[in-house]
Design a protein around this ligand. Structure first.
Ligand code: AHR
Length: 662
């Protein structure tokens, strides 16, 4: 069975790479009409899709290193291990429950056996705790003593071999809850450390919010985000950040849907819930996957602002995931859901005198976040969705007409549900329709003209989730192979050529932990210390970094170059920057000489050609070999208005050409 599958994949790859037989010496003439710019390319054209899947938030971009810091997982000792024998009075009780703190009711009580005098336990982190030698880590704990207790605490890093590699001490605990802080310096670098806590003295102590963060975070923000991961995202120069998903918005059921209000304010008051990806994938179960919401809506807005992207929050529309519980809120009970949307607009854009605007200011951001878009529902379908979308649209368009509404077209790229959604939404007034397609690589080649025949004056498209998928998530072909990236690039020339229809696009999902993923492929992979870009990442980066502001026609034999002889092209211009960008994807198995004729502008004598490629379609980048597939820059001559260049076999090429209009 497996053999048959591999053979069929290989046959389709060979077919792809030799779709058209072209003599290697034949020069393809391509005209780029840079003096005839057409549609605008929206600043939002290329963005990112962030969902807390694959440990993207807790264990990923949110730099907290302690798993289950507040003992709120369904099994309160998940992530924790007791090293002290629990006999006599030396014991730990983790499910103390305090109804007076409804959002964080559990805490842990430790009794120290007077005969032993110490109590030791560890936290395993998120598949280990990654630390860098000589870096500092901020440890904090909320604690209170019971009467007549005298207890000191030691917190240390321990390697898998049991060696201590950094230590700090805390004392001064009292009978009321207080937060205590110290810093630990790492003595050596390692991925799989544990945090070991030793309590010594007599009596008992209550502990909560046991937390450890690197001091060196993105922008140096205390208890903030992992710098290397954010940098990778920032390097894409995304036009928008879509958050928080994805199916996470919907929840497996409505109780566990994403509710933005429980993700803002002090972190210890953000109510932790299960992550819907926890048990979703049978072959990749992650029972220790919860949402602490340390990365909440405030942090998402800040992230978008930091990297110059528009925030695009997606809100639950009164439906849980239709692949799971498929719960639907009756139309006459939708008010709280619509109110959440109105309050979110106030949180982002309201004056600091308003309830939610004040909270934003108290959290440290009196300036408005300038929210412009809201997505209503994620990947819903059928009339249940349309009916609920209508309710949101009616209120939001009348109270906040300045906000652009993004509606959904369901989980597939075509078919009954897709057609139904489009037909119904055309009668309404969404600004954008979100389309999702996780399809085979060949689909992306065949569909590079998908948007050529869309109504130019109709509702704009948000290609909100797409990725070329191998056959089976467990097979090597399902990785972020060069083949998948190449086919996505060919398709993206079609998105760019149709920028008057497609205003936003994002690959999905964005992030994955190498030891804790549920879904692949994904754009960026990381472990506890390193982050790598996939070939698909570099494709996204080339398109986004060389975005341009207007589309320019690219013709071959008088027709748009949309796959003839396995070449796919698009071009944009940025008049202000004086740059012309030409993207050409060669999906054939041969090197292709091309002659580019540029339009009637005055060009510099030399241009840059960025080339991304591999002659092995199933190659992919790994943590050990992160730049196996990586863009290479070279200089190409511009002779008047002509460029002679070679396109490597199976390559994505971007020409960056300086020009003057006179
Ligand atoms: O990107 C992974 C999932 O794919 C998203 O959560 C969902 O919207 C889609 O089905």
């Amino acid at each position: 069975m497996r053999k048959k599958f591999i053979i069929s994949v290989l046959i389709s790859i060979i077919a792809l790479l030799s779709c058209f037989r072209v003599q290697s010496q034949q020069v393809t003439e391509i005209s780029v009409l840079s003096d005839k710019p057409g549609a605008d390319v929206q600043p939002t054209m290329w963005g990112v899709f962030f969902e807390d899947i694959n440990f993207a938030a807790d264990g990923g971009i949110y730099a907290e290193l302690v798993k289950n810091r507040s003992f709120e997982f369904s099994l309160p000792m998940t992530g924790w291990r007791l090293l002290t024998r629990q006999n006599g009075t030396g014991r730990m009780v983790a499910n103390f429950y305090s109804p007076s703190r409804p959002s964080n009711p559990h805490f842990m009580r430790v009794y120290i056996d007077p005969a032993v005098g110490t109590f030791t336990f560890t936290n395993e982190g998120f598949r280990g705790i990654g630390i860098h030698k000589d870096n500092k880590y901020n440890f904090s704990v909320s604690a209170r003593l019971s009467g007549n207790s005298e207890i000191k605490m030691t917190a240390e890093f321990v390697t898998p071999e049991g060696q201590a590699t950094g230590k700090a001490e805390l004392s001064g605990f009292s009978e009321s809850w207080n937060t205590f802080r110290t810093s630990i310096s790492a003595l050596q670098t390692g991925q799989k450390n544990q945090l070991k806590i030793t309590l010594s003295g007599k009596g008992s102590i209550d502990l909560d919010m046991i937390s450890l963060f690197p001091e060196d975070t993105w922008k140096g923000r205390k208890n903030g985000l992992r710098k290397d991961i954010v940098q990778m995202i920032a390097d894409l120069k995304p036009g928008f950040v879509r958050f928080p998903g994805g199916c996470i918005v919907e929840g497996r059921d409505l109780t566990n849907r994403y509710q933005w209000k429980t993700t803002v304010g002090p972190v210890e008051d953000r109510k932790m819930i299960i992550n819907r990806w926890n048990t979703e994938m049978e072959d990749h179960l992650t029972p220790d996957y919860f949402q602490s919401f340390g990365l909440g809506f405030y942090e998402y807005f800040l992230l978008a602002e930091d990297i110059g992207a528009e925030p695009l929050p997606i809100l639950n529309c009164g439906m849980s995931c239709q692949f799971n519980a498929a719960e639907v809120v009756p139309l006459n009970e939708l008010d709280p859901y619509v109110q959440d949307a109105l309050d979110l607009i106030e949180f982002a854009n309201g004056e600091t005198t308003t309830k939610w605007g004040r909270l934003r200011a108290e959290m440290g951001h009196p300036e408005k976040f300038n929210l412009k878009f809201i997505g209503v529902g994620n990947e819903q379908w059928e009339e249940q969705y349309i009916e609920r979308y209508k309710v949101f649209e009616k209120t939001l368009k009348s109270l906040n007409p300045e906000i652009k509404l993004v509606s959904g077209s369901g989980p597939s790229a075509s078919g009954r549900l897709f057609d139904y959604a489009w037909n119904e939404l055309k009668k309404l007034n969404p600004d954008l329709i979100d389309e999702h397609y996780y399809m085979a690589p060949e689909w992306f080649l065949k569909n590079s003209k998908r948007y050529d025949n869309y109504d130019r004056k109709g509702i704009k498209v948000f290609a909100g989730e797409y990725a070329a998928h191998g056959k089976d998530a467990m097979e090597p072909e399902s990785r972020n192979t060069w083949l998948s990236a190449l086919c996505e690039a060919a398709f993206m020339t079609g998105l760019e050529r149709n920028a008057d229809v497609v205003n936003m696009a994002s690959y999905a999902p964005l992030l994955a932990h190498v030891d804790a993923w549920q879904w692949r492929p994904d754009l960026i992979w990381f472990d506890n210390l390193n982050t790598i870009g996939t070939p698909n990442y570099y494709v996204q980066k080339l398109f986004s970094n060389y975005k341009g502001t207007k589309v320019v026609p690219v013709l071959c034999g008088g027709n748009p170059l949309t796959g003839q002889d396995s070449l796919y092209a698009s071009s944009t211009i940025d008049n202000e920057a004086g740059k012309l960008y030409i993207k050409i994807v060669n999906s054939s198995g041969r090197k292709r000489p091309v002659l580019l004729s540029l339009g009637a502008l005055t060009y510099g004598k030399e241009a840059v050609q960025e080339t991304l490629g591999s002659d092995k379609p199933l190659n992919f980048n790994t943590i050990a070999n992160p730049r196996l597939i990586y863009p290479a820059s070279s200089a190409v001559k511009v002779a008047g208005r002509k460029i002679n260049a070679d396109l490597d076999r199976a390559s994505v090429n971007v020409f960056i050409i300086d020009f003057r209009t006179r």
